[in-house]
Ligand binder design. Structure first.
Ligand code: AMP
Length: 364
């Protein structure tokens, strides 16, 4: 494993220029590190906070080579960055996390298989390469079920719920010919996530487990600590530790789980792994000793991880989606509300425009 350690003044390259890249660059700046952001979209939010935009396609090898020449380490802020781009960069400069983690997290089947290999539970699932496979597997997996594209899904996109066998054809058509995964619907009590990190020496740290509420497939609110039993929280963190180890991970990652309440003992099932900072970890910016963004930058720089302790009994994060962001004047006037806006010029329905964090005097 490459042990390159950056010095203050060194430059980290970030693939992807969305709000996660922007908040990573802001965290890096506080530590005296520079960031160069590489993204194809000229209006990327991260370009507003970095000195010079690198606007190029992810398969532009000349641009990638020039980028690598100007940075000491690279990372990415979204998992749909082409694996080939990361493999190309990796030959020139340390990329943290590396292509192994990306290859697992880009594919829902790989993710679930790894989860099972390390001894965690998942929803029952089946690989669906064809409509025939769907007809055959539906009775085995059981109803209700959910069909998702194996790759490139986010915020509930590329998924359809199936409540009867008659819906097979239309559900398969919605995958538009892409390889899919069929999952049994989990009757969860809550959705939780672990935001964890590993440094270049394999030291592991996790924040308090977060509880997440979605609306229309998009994260609406996160609270920490999650309202689950202490042994379920400890198990979730331990699963994240084992997943991080299995992926040789360097940096921050998120593991999303479904928590089922079987009264005496909660059962948790891994749903997804995100090889990056995660929306459900935004509360750490104001609610933890180290934010997830700083934590990731520390790991990418080869520095030790920061403390993950909470700064209050509880914390919450609410996403500002589309027109929610118009409430900024009230939020900025509210004592104790920490407003974060992403600098996106156009308000669009379903678009993540910002978020607000609040500390809670009591445990949720
Ligand atoms: P995902 O893209 O896998 O995170 O799915 C988006 C959301 O759909 C999740 O946060 C859940 O609320 C819901 N969902 C996805 N898969 C399942 C499942 N197997 N059982 C129940 N709900 C699910």
């Amino acid at each position: 494993m490459n042990r390159t350690r950056l010095q203050p003044g060194d430059t980290i390259g970030i693939l992807g220029g969305g709000q996660l890249g922007r908040m990573l660059a802001l965290a890096a700046a506080r530590l005296g590190l520079q960031c160069l952001v590489f993204a194809p979209e000229p209006d990327s939010p991260a370009f507003q906070v970095t000195a010079e935009p690198i606007i190029a396609a992810y398969d532009d090898h000349d641009a990638l080579r020039a980028f690598a020449g100007r940075i000491r380490a690279a990372t990415y802020e979204f998992e749909n960055v082409p694996a080939e781009t990361v493999a190309f960069l990796e030959k020139l400069v340390p990329v943290r996390p590396g292509s192994k983690a990306l290859g697992i997290a880009q594919d829902r089947i790989n993710e679930k298989q790894l989860a099972r290999e390390i001894g965690a539970m998942t929803a029952d699932f089946a690989d669906i390469p064809s409509e025939d496979a769907l007809r055959k597997m539906l009775p085995q997996i059981g109803l209700p079920a959910i069909l998702k594209t194996r790759r490139f899904g986010y915020d509930g996109k590329g998924q359809v719920r199936i409540s009867s066998e008659a819906e097979s054809a239309s559900a398969y058509a919605a995958m538009r010919g892409q390889p899919a995964i069929l999952e049994r619907m989990v009757a969860f009590q809550s959705e939780i996530s672990v935001i964890a990190a590993r440094d270049i020496n394999g030291t592991f740290a996790a924040f308090d487990v977060t509880e997440n509420e979605h609306r229309n497939g998009i994260l609406h609110r996160s609270i920490a600590p999650a309202r689950i039993k202490p042994n379920a929280a400890a198990e979730a963190i331990d699963i994240a530790r084992r997943l991080g180890e299995a992926m040789d991970y360097i940096g921050v990652f998120a593991v999303e789980f479904f928590a089922e309440d079987f009264s005496r003992r909660e059962v948790i099932r891994v749903n997804e792994i995100a090889p990056r900072v995660h929306n459900s970890g935004h509360w750490t910016q104001d609610g933890a000793a180290t934010s997830q963004f700083e934590q990731h930058i520390r790991a990418v720089a080869g520095w030790p991880l920061g403390a993950t302790t909470m700064r209050a009994s509880g914390a919450e994060m609410i996403n500002l989606i589309g027109e929610d962001a118009l409430a900024w004047q009230n939020l900025v006037a509210e004592p104790g509300a920490y407003l974060h806006l992403y600098g996106k010029a156009e308000v669009r329905a379903g678009r993540k425009m910002g978020h607000v964090n609040r500390l809670l005097a009591k445990r949720p």
